[in-house]
Ligand binder design. Structure first.
Ligand code: SF4
Length: 573
């Protein structure tokens, strides 16, 4: 759908209603094209089983439609009771699995159209919302989530919630369609109304040109990849550094689309952070490209007009005089939240722990003899009071007493769930988007082939005595970048059904963009491409040098000099 058509649809949708209500009442398996676009604002994507698409098309049968439902979880924090509800609903309405997203949300897949209402109402009864989990609005606010003793996690948790509430869409459509007037017990606050009509003071009738992502990162933990967001917030002293203009999505063969890191814009005091963020959202709303959705992100506005221009817009819109930008603090080491860690004591002052449990590829299920989903539920039912979803698709089980640590480990062992220390570095340092068979944008596989990729990396690293080297690896089924491959040390980005582009040279903590290095490597030839690169790395690496730092030091051309040519970016076949 073109941007103009998308805006026309939003404008005529009666604030996100369109024909969704009528189509929900029909006994069909799929929604029409316009309802599909509006459903995204409600956290619902219609998909079809890509594995069956060809067979059904050839047989001239209807495609195997189902829906993906995404719950947003500001800052990734849920109570044990909320989790119990989320977990129960996976059996009732989805395929018995939950998918933890790279933006701290939870997704249900394979939900039938006829059961959407019951699922979404069920979530809202547990104070979990799907509103604005997708669509041209502010999406789920991400935040550093690991509640380390020495870190001010309560500060980022409450800021994530406050921003989520402030920037939530106000239209009544969500409650009318899904919650049947149960607004008092729903997850999102009551909307603003004037004389019974919807008002969207921030979004208006055409909402934003496209999505808008916010992340909050405590110094020392960049698990949210703070430079990849439209707005990044880094608490510092009695205020926060605000960054703006990050974004990773791009299209193949269109150099006018590109990943971009956010620029530091200003330091602002705590009581003005939300106002400044709102000012930046309105800049996106007013200046974002509404003619071309591929370019409708804030990053292109800032790339064109510059940070000084943005600062002046913020000053006018928020009525604030901005300070200079202080230097950002260091980010420490990557993802140190798995395993046991001391957390803030409970209200009675007793010692407490959180346990980080790795969930490879974010798929939380009972499968292949590993009953991870049941184990997590058992621990939460008895020993933990809170669960936190990390930006790397893992889980933190929180509020566990010292006396219960052994019992928790016993539950994991009983269900064959490995502790993080039992998993290979390649598994712990990789993530993938869902891609096939559910994502309609996917060009190739990601989640389903990630284990093959990590096995390959294990073999290649071991052969070169590099088994102790951790390479932050991200794989996606298309260039949209949902698993943030362009800030990884090794990005593997789907180009066709069977081939991938390699991106090299991000740093281990996500502060540098990777560079597109080799295009269209067939999946089966990834070892041929990566082997010579790792040979050079092994020979040339200085002590403890990270892979991405080495690529950055020697340059991508040198790093790939011995690799076979599939297609080097910018060169013809
Ligand atoms: Fe789908 Fe592409 Fe996002 Fe993967 S990166 S989930 S294939 S849109």
């Amino acid at each position: 759908m073109s941007s103009v058509a998308a805006d026309d649809l939003k404008r005529s949708s009666q604030h996100l209603r369109g024909t969704i209500g009528d189509e929900l009442a029909e006994e069909t398996n799929a929604f029409g094209a316009e309802a599909l676009q509006l459903l995204k604002f409600h956290g619902v994507y219609q998909q079809d089983d890509r594995d069956r698409r060809r067979e059904l098309t050839q047989a001239k049968q209807e495609l195997a439609y189902s829906c993906m439902v995404r719950a947003s979880v500001p800052g990734g924090v849920l109570t044990a009771a909320q989790w119990a509800g989320i977990d129960d609903l996976a059996d009732e309405f989805a395929d018995g699995a939950l998918r933890l997203t790279t933006r701290q949300g939870v997704q249900y897949h394979f939900v039938h159209k006829g059961e959407l209402r019951a699922l979404i109402a069920g979530l809202n009864r547990r104070l979990v919302s799907t509103y604005a989990a997708c669509g041209d609005v502010v999406r789920n606010v991400m935040a550093t989530t690991a509640p380390y003793l020495e870190r001010d996690h309560e500060r980022v948790r409450s800021l994530a919630r406050a921003l989520d509430t402030r920037f939530a869409p106000q239209s009544n459509a969500y409650w009318e369609l899904w919650v049947d007037g149960e607004r008092a017990v729903s997850a999102t606050p009551a909307p603003v109304t004037e004389g019974g009509d919807d008002v969207e003071p921030l979004y208006g009738t055409t909402y934003l040109p496209r999505k808008f992502k916010i992340g909050i990162a405590l110094p020392g933990d960049n698990s949210v990849d703070i430079f990849s967001h439209d707005v990044g917030i880094v608490p510092l002293g009695e205020g926060a550094v605000i960054l703006a203009g990050g974004g990773l999505g791009r299209s193949h063969n269109d150099p006018t689309t590109f990943p971009r890191l956010a620029d530091p814009v200003a330091w602002v005091p705590d009581d003005r952070v939300a106002d400044v963020v709102e000012a930046i959202i309105t800049v996106h709303r007013d200046f974002g490209n509404r003619d071309d959705r591929k370019h409708a992100r804030l990053k292109y506005v800032i790339e064109d007009r510059g940070v000084e221009w943005l600062r002046s817009e913020i000053e006018q819109r928020a009525g604030i005089e901005l300070d200079a930008v202080p230097e950002l603090p260091s980010w420490g080491s990557p993802r140190d939240h798995l395993g046991w860690h001391a957390q803030t004591p409970g209200s009675d002052g007793a010692e407490q722990w959180f346990l980080g449990v790795a969930v490879p590829t974010g798929r939380l299920a009972d499968a292949e003899g590993i009953r991870r989903r049941t184990a997590v539920r058992s621990i939460l039912d008895t020993y933990a009071d809170e669960i936190r979803l990390t930006p790397h698709q893992d889980l933190l089980l929180c509020g566990i007493s010292t006396a219960d640590k052994d019992a928790v480990e016993a539950i994991l062992a009983e269900h064959n769930v490995p502790m993080a220390s039992q998993l290979k570095l390649t598994v712990l340092s990789s993530m993938a988007c869902p891609a096939l068979p559910t994502c309609g944008q996917a060009l190739g596989e990601a989640e389903r082939v990630l284990p093959e990729l990590t096995d390959l990396l294990d073999e290649l690293l071991e052969q070169r005595n590099l088994a102790e080297v951790r390479i932050e690896t991200r794989m996606t089924g298309c260039p949209n970048g949902c698993a943030r491959p362009y800030v990884a040390e090794l990005g593997v980005v789907g180009r066709t059904k069977t081939s991938y582009d390699l991106w090299l040279g991000g740093d281990p903590v996500g502060t540098r963009l990777a560079t597109q290095a080799i295009e269209a490597v067939p999946f089966r030839k990834l070892g041929d491409a990566l082997g010579p690169i790792l040979d050079r790395f092994a020979a040339d690496r200085s002590a403890d040098e990270a892979f991405g730092d080495w690529v950055d030091r020697v340059g991508v051309d040198t790093a790939i000099a011995d690799a076979p040519t599939f297609r080097v970016p910018g060169k013809k076949d």
